[in-house]
Design a protein around this ligand. Structure first.
Ligand SMILES: NC(=O)c1ccc[n+]([C@@H]2O[C@H](COP(=O)([O-])OP(=O)(O)OC[C@H]3O[C@@H](n4cnc5c(N)ncnc54)[C@H](OP(=O)(O)O)[C@@H]3O)[C@@H](O)[C@H]2O)c1
Length: 293
């Protein structure tokens, strides 16, 4: 099976490349420097030339706060880009796996959001991601859309790396404690996606298309996540001293984009089983990898 991975330099893109190597896949992995998904005049000939059997779209505009003032760019990458890819998938009659976000929901829930639950994004980022989902769904029935949340990994920039940097610089960290969600290791998400691809490879009639959720299995606050990062980092000797981590309220840390207060995702309908979702143990893997670097 030949797989085209877009956004290959991002956290998920890098983890996907690590994991597809263990399978009998031919992988074409490209980021914006080689394939700008917003440019259909480049995407169409590229896809026709490489003739993939599956496209995994890991490309996204992920700067949540900047999106508030860069709407057009966010629309291009998060809506037009996925539409371009999905249209080509329809033409070639191949599936697309597209990744989306918990920010499509209003964040006011009190029980985990199910994939079929009502969407009501509260930010430009969330709006553009939801529009991207709709564009994919409209273009082709052969879509797997996976919403995820609070992604971390050994690659790129993320909350784990920010906490390690701040912890090395400061004696006290103040972290938002009234937003709840589920940290997700990009490597676990990549495992989940690759397992779906492997099923598609052996079953040409694979039919579990639809919208799904995948995130780490235990909800916490950003404050809880920060405490876990710092405790594990100290245990591994990645930090020389342990800063105090104090809880603060969202109102004390204003940001341009509204963050969901509650964005726990119900992953019970996910189409493949046996994927690691214990973010605490994946966090240890990531910290060990950062320690080796
Ligand atoms: N990170 C999170 O906490 C989080 C939470 C919920 C959902 N998600 C979703 O999970 C998926 C993977 O996220 P991630 O953390 O791996 O994101 P990421 O690290 O920001 O990676 C996204 C990649 O897409 C690339 N890209 C941007 N514009 C592009 C374009 N026009 N054409 C092709 N590639 C382009 C980026 O390149 P540049 O860096 O050069 O722009 C980057 O390499 C995304 O769909 C994201 O929305 C992430």
């Amino acid at each position: 099976m030949k797989i085209l991975i877009t956004g290959s330099n991002g956290q998920l893109g890098r983890c996907l490349q690590d994991r597809t190597g263990h399978y009998d896949f031919e992988v074409v992995a490209v980021d914006v420097d080689k394939l700008d998904i917003t440019d259909q005049s480049a995407v169409a000939p590229f896809v026709h030339q490489h003739k993939p059997d599956l496209i995994i779209n890991a490309a996204a505009y992920t700067a949540v706060d900047k999106a508030e003032t860069e709407r057009e760019l966010a629309v291009q990458v998060n809506e037009v880009g996925p539409a371009n890819l999905a249209t080509l998938c329809a033409e070639l009659d191949i599936p697309i796996i597209h990744v989306s976000t918990d920010y499509v929901f209003d964040g006011l829930g009190i029980t985990p959001y199910r994939p079929e639950g009502c969407t009501a994004p509260q930010s430009v980022y969330g709006e553009t991601r939801l529009a991207g989902e709709s564009a994919v769904i409209l273009a082709t029935a052969k879509h797997v859309i996976i919403r995820t949340a609070w992604v971390f990994s050994e690659y790129g920039n993320n909350f784990v790396k920010t906490m390690l940097r701040l912890a090395a610089e400061r004696d006290t960290l103040t972290i938002v404690a009234d937003q709840y969600g589920c940290p997700t290791y990009a490597g676990d998400l990549a495992d989940a996606i690759v397992k779906i691809a492997a099923e598609m490879q052996v079953d040409s009639g694979w039919s579990k298309f639809g919208v799904y959720h995948f995130c780490g299995e235990e909800a916490t606050s950003w404050h809880g996540f920060a405490r876990a990062i710092i405790a594990q980092a100290c245990q591994l000797g990645l930090l020389e001293r342990k800063p105090v981590v104090l809880p603060i309220a969202t109102k004390d840390y204003p940001t341009p984009a509204t963050r969901p207060e509650y964005s726990v995702l119900d992953c019970s309908s996910f189409p493949v089983e046996g994927i690691e979702r214990n973010w605490q143990s994946s966090l240890e893997t990531v910290l060990e990898s950062l320690k080796r670097d």
